[in-house]
Design a protein around this ligand. Structure first.
Ligand SMILES: C[S@@+](CC[C@H](N)C(=O)[O-])C[C@H]1O[C@@H](n2cnc3c(N)ncnc32)[C@H](O)[C@@H]1O
Length: 211
């Protein structure tokens, strides 16, 4: 079946939240993200989140980083934006937090300002190969410090990828941009006995930019 991103995400945005099942893979993904950001003293106060979905990562970051004073989140799906608003409205965050949710498509978004952190979790893997460079450059140009993306990544391409999932060469693409000064990749996996080890087949990519 051919994948038409806009159609796909507008349709799936209607049921995404109800279909979502939190599991040990998401638990590990969130732990690795927060531990990494804390250990690497990723200091930031303004955040742009792309493809926020129902606000899972939005809530995670706002809960863990009290220094955030501005948080703007976009998603292509109006229903996802509504769900994210409702999820965050239930929480109490610091007074004066500039929080904004908006329907927006990263492929057509105009870069208007810069944020300390630009983050996209499980979003770039759904961008078409012919659009990924432009989209990643937009993320880089929207940041004055950090760009983080979490996406499916394997050296060997899986033969059975669904039509809406891509493995993009994130590190190679980041290095093409002169604004990127450093790039690192952290595999999201946990080693243990075979019963306890977890491999999400995802990685966290961190680009440090100087705009
Ligand atoms: C797999 S979900 C991840 C949601 C959220 N980031 C999370 O980790 O829970 C992908 C999200 O990206 C959004 N999305 C897909 N393409 C997009 C685009 N071009 N611009 C903005 N959002 C997009 C979808 O609507 C969906 O909410």
């Amino acid at each position: 079946m051919s994948y038409i991103p806009r159609e796909y995400w507008l349709k799936h945005g209607r049921t995404y939240k109800d279909d979502f099942r939190y599991n040990k893979l998401f638990e590990l993904q969130e732990r690795v993200l927060i531990d990494y950001m804390k250990q690497n003293s990723t200091s930031f106060s303004s955040v742009l989140e792309i493809g926020c979905g129902f606000g899972r990562i939005t809530k995670l970051l706002l809960t863990n980083f009290a220094g955030i004073s501005e948080y703007h989140a976009i998603d292509i799906s109006p229903e996802q934006i509504q769900n994210a608003r409702q999820l965050i409205e239930k929480e109490v965050f610091k007074n004066g937090l500039n929080l904004d949710f908006a329907v927006g498509d990263i492929t057509s978004l105009q870069v208007q300002k810069k944020y300390d952190l630009v983050i996209a979790a499980e979003v770039l893997m759904h961008i078409l190969p012919e659009e990924i460079r432009d989209v990643m450059h937009k993320l880089v140009k929207s940041s004055n410090k950090h760009v983080l993306n979490i996406d499916w990544y394997e050296e060997q391409r899986s033969k059975k990828a669904a039509s809406h999932n891509f493995i993009h060469p994130y590190e190679i693409i980041y290095r093409e941009f002169s604004e990127v000064k450093h790039i690192s990749r952290v595999p999201i996996s946990k080693k243990g006995s075979w019963l306890r080890s977890i491999d999400t087949k995802q990685s966290l990519f961190h680009a440090i930019v100087n705009n």
